[in-house]
Design a binder for this molecule. Structure first.
Ligand SMILES: Cc1cc2nc3c(=O)[nH]c(=O)nc-3n(C[C@H](O)[C@H](O)[C@H](O)COP(=O)(O)OP(=O)(O)OC[C@H]3O[C@@H](n4cnc5c(N)ncnc54)[C@H](O)[C@@H]3O)c2cc1C
Length: 390
């Protein structure tokens, strides 16, 4: 079992020595920096939640998710991609068949192979139930998959994708399964890369299945448990994103502070103005609140309260990060718009992190549903006779 402090130190070093000095060049090149993810692997950051017997660090979510705050100080998209890989590695170590786990687990925890999830489809993002990708069993017990996924991160770069599929024509999610599809599978192809405004190094595209055959040993979650497993994974992803957003907020805040303390204006510097300090103070408060939120949500992963706390964190923190990036841009004046200061990139990243793995609005839907349930459990407060009646 690895010590969390050692892993957090490794994540901070990775951010300072690998992400920050190279992020501009990665975005210019528009290529996933495999040498960087190899270094992350060597630092122990690719098997965070997996048991040591599979080469993982064996860390609890409540502790390990702080890694993404450290990485998010460098770049939120890089942090997001590594978080998705770690979740997939966890799924393989804990839910895959023995044969699949033996074949893949150690390569995933060691980062020799990368993994990602594919749930979203061209016609369905928030409305994940409207799924058209189908998997049917052939006589030999293989799944034959046809359909299309959209917004696949690490497209063509990951070595394996955990794909959510429907196994019948019945409406709803009760027939959904999750199967692992290696990138080399015959019949698997990818669409043109999305042209993104920042995070250009993270390849994303649609992914197409034409009679893709995978053996039964590749089933991660059998029919009936595919959506449940995907939702459990998404809860971890939501909290990881909130953690990454805290790193982003701290970088935005420090950029504004470091600049404003030197920017001469009137008889002093920008940072002397209350109009500068007060919004920065709000960001500092938001950052403290956000840390409390994501850490509480991380500790609750896998419990009954987990999904709701993940929704609170995913609702609040990316929004706070976008607010922080916008305010800090304003504080630098015209300079805030220039690329070398990085605030344009942070703004685009915060907006992206509000959308991926369940939009802000979807978190409101989750929270709203919980509030309705709570209302039902409360004793009635009678409405006075005649109120609300025509
Ligand atoms: C950078 C990036 C990487 C991604 N990587 C992956 C990946 O690796 N694998 C994967 O499977 N997916 C991935 N996604 C997909 C992502 O999870 C979806 O984009 C997200 O779930 C939203 O779906 P959508 O884009 O189709 O928006 P839509 O579902 O079309 O939503 C459009 C708008 O309607 C709003 N809306 C939806 N429902 C409601 C409602 N009930 N009430 C009010 N408003 C509502 C939404 O909040 C949004 O503002 C990625 C997305 C991004 C941006």
């Amino acid at each position: 079992m690895t010590n969390i402090n050692a892993i957090l130190d490794a994540a901070r070093t990775h951010c300072d020595e690998v992400i920050k000095p190279n992020i501009a060049q990665w975005n210019d090149a528009g290529v996933w920096p495999r040498d960087a993810s190899d270094k992350a692997a060597a630092a122990g950051l690719t098997g965070l939640y997996c048991a040591p017997e599979f080469g993982g660090q064996g860390l609890a979510f409540g502790e390990a998710i702080q890694v993404y705050e450290a990485l998010g100080k460098g770049d939120g998209a890089y942090s997001f991609a590594l978080s998705m890989h770690n979740i997939c590695a966890f799924a393989v170590c804990n839910f895959a068949t023995e044969a699949f786990r033996e074949a893949w687990a150690r390569d995933l925890t060691a980062g020799r192979k990368l993994a990602n999830f594919a749930l979203t489809e061209p016609q369905s993002g928030s409305d994940a139930m409207k799924m058209y990708t189908r998997a049917r069993l052939d006589d030999a017990g293989n799944y034959i998959i046809n359909g299309a996924k959209a917004w696949v991160s690490l497209a063509q770069e990951a070595d394996v994708y955990l794909v959510v599929v429907k196994t019948s024509e019945a409406p709803g999610h009760k027939d959904m399964a999750m199967v692992a599809v290696p990138v080399t599978a015959e019949g698997l192809s990818f669409g043109p890369r999305y042209d993104t405004p920042s995070y250009r190094f993270l390849p994303m595209s649609e992914m197409y299945f034409e009679n893709v055959k995978v053996p039964a040993e590749n089933v991660i979650a059998p029919a009936g448990q595919g959506m449940q497993t995907a939702l459990a994974a998404i809860d971890i992803a939501r909290v990881s994103i909130a953690a990454g957003c805290c790193g982003l907020m701290e970088t935005a805040l420090d950029t504004a502070l470091a600049y404003a303390k030197n920017r001469k204006m009137f008889d002093g510097v920008n940072l002397d103005l209350d109009g500068t300090l007060w919004p920065l103070g709000n960001i500092a408060t938001d950052l403290e609140m956000s840390r409390l939120l994501y850490r509480k949500a991380a500790a609750a992963i896998g419990t009954k309260e987990g999904p709701l706390l993940a929704a609170h964190a995913k609702l609040y923190v990316p929004d706070a990060a976008l607010r922080a990036a916008t305010i800090c841009t304003q504080i630098l004046g015209g300079m805030g718009l220039l690329k070398p200061y990085g605030l344009d990139r942070l703004t685009l990243l915060a907006q992206m992190l509000k959308i991926v793995d369940g939009t802000t609005e979807i978190q409101r839907v989750v929270i709203g549903r919980a509030l309705r349930k709570r209302a039902e459990s409360l004793a009635d407060i009678p409405v006075p006779k005649g109120y609300g009646e025509a």
